[in-house]
Design a protein around this ligand. Structure first.
Ligand code: TEU
Length: 549
């Protein structure tokens, strides 16, 4: 069995983690300073979002130089120190590789603009339509057309994200070689894992108008994607079996993920998919307010659990990242049942089949940003969509209410370390506002409290290492249509684990479909939870029940 099945990955957004030099921005030294905290939590890998040279229009996902560190985040010596110190603690670093696009500030794009044909072919250029309109009607994920006009060529280049993030032309073998070189460069620095940003968008299909949607069906899981991933694997990380990889798969299909993350596919170790987090969208439309569809959430989570297992493929399992609202605000309760609901949500994810990912602050139950003014938002996606909603005639207040719920900035407020000014994140002015609730919600208040959310996560991370039933057991849904309860069973060599959770504030009665003879509570979010054939589940009550073989 590969080690990553027993591991947990902790995601760090360095800009918001810890600032050690008072400039209001977190940096690599801040991560090094907190390694003992992370060691205490018990995580095995740290995924660091991009800290490479970048104009920061998309907080580093617009890379201008893949081999150098943005001075705002520190130096190569800082990185090497972090890597050494992490290794001493048995923690591996996982880097975030953004290869679908580069910043338009990247030397390659600059040479392309200057007319160098070699570099022009690193990107995707098309003529406009006879009336001057863009080549296709595809929309950028950050709003507006996915094409930007360049007068000196009388051509458009493709950007699926911001117009300063130009899509690379992966059909050009030179581009694929460049990318491989970058991966090998970081392997040479001792990196133990890679996360590949929107990697299933790299192989573009045909460039035609989309009469049904925003264009994504023409470039998502595209025609050569598996070939390109196998090639990257063979030329780079596939040569070192100790390296783990995860692909971020935007709007993907399960069938493709069987191959991306299949045990014998020679593509990636595992995948992130997002369907289970679109249950408060309207179809693919994120910028609306609709209630969470709980049945859909379960259907998606469970079908991916079963499908991936049947095809011997591996999931990354998660609620949170730097693009998602805080889960306790989203599916739990920020108020009276904050602690119970945060623990419940933790248990649901950490007992699934897959590698669990925690996002900084999740382990202490951090909540949505709590901004009160538009000027506090920083994210390019949020600001663009706010403008688009306003242009469509929506009132300022309604548009703002949507931002409050869906903005990516909800996850990007500074990590709340303690109750001192700015939550102990910085001695300067933070680049983005600290959540006003930091005096109540912070790491210092939780690390040594055995009943805290932090300790609950710590236990869950540990249980995965101890119990094969968690790391490799079979998965089966329990009572999947129940309107309040999310429950499932894991089974391995005669050991059984049940994860039973009331997903709501309202108490409910649950008749367990499994004979509970021999089951004991392994972990629960109330001190006196008991397995009973008919359980009276309190608000957000959640228990893990174990029957040993
Ligand atoms: O995200 C890809 C992605 O699909 C999201 O940005 C998504 O489009 C958005 O949240 C929809 O609401 C990755 C990174 O995680 C993200 O931070 C980057 O902005 C993006 O790629 C571009 O590199």
């Amino acid at each position: 069995m590969q080690d990553f099945k027993k591991s947990a990955v902790y995601q760090i957004y360095p800009k918001s983690f810890l600032d050690t030099n008072g400039d209001g921005l977190g940096e690599l030294k801040g991560v090094t300073a907190k390694l003992d905290y992370l060691k205490k939590l018990g995580v095995d890998y740290l995924w660091l979002t991009p800290f490479f040279v970048s104009p920061q229009n998309d907080n580093g996902y617009d890379v201008a130089d893949y081999r150098n560190i943005d001075p705002r985040y520190g130096t190569m010596a800082d990185f090497e120190e972090l890597s050494r110190e992490a290794e001493k603690r048995g923690i591996g670093l996982m880097l975030d590789m953004v290869f679908n696009h580069t910043s338009t500030q990247h030397e390659w794009f600059q040479k392309a603009l200057a007319g160098d044909p070699k570099y022009k072919d690193y990107y995707i250029w098309k003529k406009g339509r006879p009336d001057g309109a863009p080549p296709t009607n595809w929309e950028s994920k950050f709003g507006g057309s996915a094409w930007e006009y360049v007068p000196q060529f009388d051509e458009y280049y493709l950007h699926l994200f911001d117009k300063t993030q130009a899509d690379l032309n992966w059909d050009n073998p030179e581009v694929r070689r460049e990318v491989q070189d970058v991966v090998r460069f970081w392997m040479g620095k001792g990196v133990r894992g890679f996360r590949f940003d929107v990697i299933n968008l790299i192989s573009k299909g045909s460039f035609e108008d989309d009469r049904q949607g925003d264009g994504r069906r023409f470039y998502t899981d595209g025609p050569k994607i598996h070939q390109y991933l196998k090639e990257l694997n063979q030329a780079t990380f596939g040569r070192d079996p100790g390296i783990i990889t995860v692909g971020e798969m935007s709007s993907t299909s399960m069938e493709n993920c069987f191959r991306y993350a299949g045990a014998d596919s020679h593509e990636l170790s595992m995948v992130f998919s997002f369907h289970h987090l679109k249950v408060d969208f309207m179809g693919n439309e994120k910028w609306v307010l609709v209630p969470t569809d709980f049945q859909k959430l379960k259907d998606i989570l469970f079908s991916w659990q079963q499908g991936m297992a049947e095809h011997n493929a591996w999931n990354a399992v998660f609620w949170c990242n730097h693009d998602q609202p805080r889960v306790v605000s989203r599916f739990g309760d920020e108020g009276e049942y904050w602690e119970q609901s945060a623990k419940m949500l933790a248990g649901v994810i950490h007992c699934l089949r897959g590698t669990p990912y925690l996002y900084q602050g999740e382990e202490i139950g951090m909540t949505n940003a709590g901004f009160t003014d538009l000027s506090q938002y920083r994210d390019v996606e949020s600001l663009n969509h706010f403008r688009i909603l306003r242009d469509k005639g929506m009132s300022q207040e309604s548009a703002y209410n949507i931002l409050k719920v869906h903005s990516r900035d909800n996850a990007r407020t500074p990590m709340q370390w303690d109750g001192s000014e700015n939550a102990g994140f910085t001695s300067g002015t933070p680049w983005i506002s600290v959540n006003p609730n930091y005096k109540a919600i912070n790491a210092a208040a939780q690390v040594d409290d055995p009943d805290s959310i932090f300790s609950y996560y710590k236990t869950l991370v540990q249980l995965r290492k101890e119990y094969d039933v968690i790391s490799q057991g079979d998965f089966a849904p329990l009572d999947p249509e129940n309107p309040s309860v999310l429950a499932y069973r894991r089974s391995w060599e005669g050991t059984e684990l049940l994860c039973v959770s009331n997903f709501y504030r309202k108490p409910c009665t649950w008749k367990c479909p499994v004979d509970l003879e021999g089951y004991q509570v392994l972990l629960a979010n109330y001190p006196d939870s008991k397995p009973e054939p008919e359980m009276e589940l309190r608000p957000y009550e959640s228990m893990l029940l174990l029957r040993r073989n």
